[in-house]
Write a protein that binds this ligand. Structure first.
Ligand SMILES: [Zn+2]
Length: 443
């Protein structure tokens, strides 16, 4: 099972100065910043996915600047992502159409031919057919029942595009693998789409529209699809937001999935921001400690504008929290005063009130217990990745992109170890099944 990281130009400045909170001298964004596989010294994934929506084009502006988008098409994905070194040659490069960018349009703005050109120019190893997302979903429907007129229209367009895509992609190099995208409004309608894609000749299918679905619904779709396609059909999940629950998906024999989840949770999740391997082989999570930049934080700015606090007082509280955290990391401050300094600053962001007034509020007691656990267990000291060794306690501080993304990249590394462990275990189980015990027929 391959873990494909969906890139969104997630990079960090290796020369970032944590004490001054500023970038390295003369930094030039893309050229000086590092991808996760560069800062860690190895790839914490089996491949990367680049969505056309992230690159952008004449129709939509993506995450890339115009110059970056042009360079991407000129030099190809592997060089652009700086995966053109011998140690990264085996990494897959997946592409998709970024169907979320045109979800509200009547039909996809790209023809299969447009996308084939994009994949060919980018030198992609895997590319998805042109789909149109169906957002309605009803797990109870069976067969081809249900499905609004719009859902059925999108279902048909996705399949028509897939038929053209596989035919026209045949002239691409043998290194290219086309993926047929499955869209549907119920597990059975997805299974029907999968069945038709296999009949068109696809050997690798990608399930789309999974982002808003509950884990249980994704499992139902996979079960229905697995039932209708040959056992050797490869399955991929596009935008797999439930990546942390991967073990419950093992029975469906996924070949791959793409996600940004371990990176994003470092700064979007309310409490689970820093990953470590747990004793049971799974993952355990810690809350990052919020110390936002007083001058950049909108909430704090508002408090100053309203006249509730003075900027200089906020700056003092911010500096004190950082000072205590660094001293704590060096063994020069105790846990309780460190926690107190952090919570005194946090209460202004969390409740807009001085800590003395809200100390026993549910919000602050929850934060206190989350931070207490993080500080007492010091998880950043337990990790030997290049990022944690360099950043030490800065990695657990929730503050601006360079810390937050480093934490996300560390999470990718921990997550990749989980996937490697699962793959090793699966390989062992397979060996036992093949050689360890006689099969039922022989008994
Ligand atoms: Zn680490």
């Amino acid at each position: 099972m391959k873990f494909i990281f969906a890139d969104s130009l997630d990079m960090v400045d290796p020369a970032y100065d944590f004490i001054q909170d500023r970038n390295g001298k003369d930094r030039e964004g893309y050229w000086d910043d590092l991808y996760p596989h560069e800062i860690l010294g190895y790839a914490p994934y089996d491949g990367m996915l680049v969505s056309r929506g992230i690159v952008g084009d004449h129709r939509i502006s993506g995450k890339y600047t115009e110059a970056q988008a042009q360079r991407f098409r000129r030099v190809g994905a592997r060089t652009f992502l700086r995966l053109n070194k011998p140690q990264f040659q085996k990494l897959a490069i997946f592409g998709d159409c970024g169907a979320f960018t045109y979800v509200n349009e009547d039909k996809p703005p790209y023809t299969p031919g447009n996308m084939i050109e994009f994949y060919a120019e980018g030198g992609f190893s895997h590319g998805c057919s042109v789909d149109h997302i169906i957002f309605e979903f009803n797990r109870e429907l069976t067969g081809m029942e249900g499905g609004s007129a719009d859902a059925r229209y999108r279902f048909d367009i996705t399949l028509e595009n897939a038929a053209t895509f596989i035919r026209e992609s045949q002239h691409l190099s043998k290194q290219f693998t086309p993926l047929g995208v499955v869209q549907g409004w119920s597990p059975d309608s997805m299974a029907e789409a999968a069945y038709r894609l296999v009949r068109m000749g696809y050997r690798y299918l990608a399930l789309g529209g999974m982002v808003p679905l509950k884990a249980e619904d994704i499992r139902r779709c996979l079960a229905a699809v697995r039932d209708r396609v040959p056992a050797d059909t490869k399955l991929h999940i596009l935008g797999f937001a439930k990546a942390d629950e991967i073990e419950s998906f093992l029975p469906f024999q996924l070949t791959s999935f793409d996600t940004t989840s371990p990176l994003i949770r470092a700064f979007k999740d309310n409490r689970n921001n820093y990953y470590l391997p747990a004793e049971n082989g799974k993952l355990k999570y810690f809350s990052a400690i919020r110390v936002p930049q007083a001058l950049d934080n909108l909430r704090l700015k508002r408090l100053v504008q309203k006249g509730h606090f003075r900027t200089e007082d906020l700056l003092k509280l911010e500096a004190k929290a950082l000072q205590y955290l660094r001293a704590f990391d060096d063994g020069e401050a105790e846990l309780q005063p460190t926690l107190e300094a952090v919570l005194t600053y946090n209460s202004l962001i969390a409740t807009e009130k001085p800590y003395e007034d809200v100390r026993s509020s549910p919000r602050m007691t929850t934060l206190a217990s989350l931070y207490q656990r993080t500080l007492s267990e010091k998880p950043w000291k337990a990790c030997s990745c290049a990022i944690c060794r360099m950043a030490s306690i800065e990695i657990i501080i929730f503050r601006a992109s360079n810390r937050n993304k480093r934490r996300g990249m560390h999470n990718l590394a921990v997550y990749k170890r989980l996937i490697d462990r699962i793959n090793n275990q699966e390989a062992k189980n397979e060996a036992i099944n093949l050689y360890g015990y006689p099969c039922a027929a022989e008994c």
